[in-house]
Design a protein around this ligand. Sequence first.
Ligand code: ADP
Ligand code: MG
Length: 397
Amino acid sequence: MSVIVLDSVAKVFPNGVRAVDSVSLTIADGEFMVLVGPSGCGKSTLLRMIAGLEDVTEGDIMLGERVVTDEPARRRNISMVFQNYALYPHMTVRENLGFGMKLRHVPRKELRAKVDEVANIVGLGSLLDRKPSQLSGGQRQRVAIGRAMVRQPDAYLMDEPLSNLDAKLRVAMRAELAKLRERLGVTTVYVTHDQVEAMTLGDRVAVMRDGVLQQVDTPQHLFRQPVNLFVAAFIGSPTINLVDADLADGTAHFAGITLPAHEALPRQGRVVLGIRPTDISLVTEGDMRVGQGTRLNVVVDVVENLGSQQNIFFHLDAPRVVVDAVRSVTDGEETQLLMDDRATWVAVIDDRVTVRPGDAVELEIRLERVHAFDPDSGASLTVPDEPGTGVTNVLSG
Ligand code: ADP
Ligand code: MG
């Protein structure tokens, strides 16, 4: 097992693209670190540099005590799992799993025992004689992961290993990976663009944008204490609600609404306020909570009933916040539900209440959970209530 240290690592491709920019990150022995960020932000490039498949332009990479920056891939005891599985189609599962050992002339008996052991761990015991074409996507992915395990590497590197699976299988495999992770306890760097996958699998999650590390922290801290608008908007689904606001004398003003501002927010100034959809609740009849001054009266535009919860969309009498961070997160990925230049917000509410489009409802905001960001740089202006656990790089949003 191994610590992985990245020290100001950068990658500039021959065409001048700076795909990774001065990334410093220490991945602890046995830690499961997830690299997450939108497509093209440099995740695969960084992973391939750790694997030794890509030259490092600047900085150093250490595995355990060794500097491996200029060592070829075969001299690093690391296993990589790719998105497309890269199985040998003409070989059975058993042959696929044992191929690396066969190349290394591992004795037959030992090879067989190891393959059986790994096949049992990843649940392929009964499928050893099948060819990849006779397996489901999930089973193929298990072969790919099993093949990585056969080597007993110091670390695993996984590049979007679940992204070729359909949604349901992906959730099932995610749970299997989580189990496997506990069982193996081997240092792992796992790349995904899916923030839900990142949040459910990572001991810590490193958020990247345009080659630059934004924040590294536990899933809980990322969600509760994002360092900038980009992280705030990238992490969490539905996306955080935003609005331009003025803070003055302990109150926040926006869209004709005045809310008390909690103590961790700045006293004065122009900010972008952020409120998570789960921090807004519906006030129902007979609700005895006092929540004075924290309520919003709005008209529901759209109701999404997900069975376990409802997302209710409404708009504020304020312009939509167009922040670069938010645009790059949502571009092409989220359907614009309401073609509206006003700020469209969403609240996640209980599934048992009946709410219809057009209903006038009263909502309550959890004031102590309101975030504030610098409208120009995107940096968080909220004083964190607990220090984060990892490095943070505050950059423009
Ligand atoms: P991700 O895995 O986060 O989607 P990549 O690491 O694949 O991102 O790519 C990061 C950036 O580097 C992208 O802009 C991509 O186009 C560019 N890139 C990747 N590989 C090469 C290459 N071989 N030559 C030039 N540019 C590349
Ligand atoms: Mg990639």
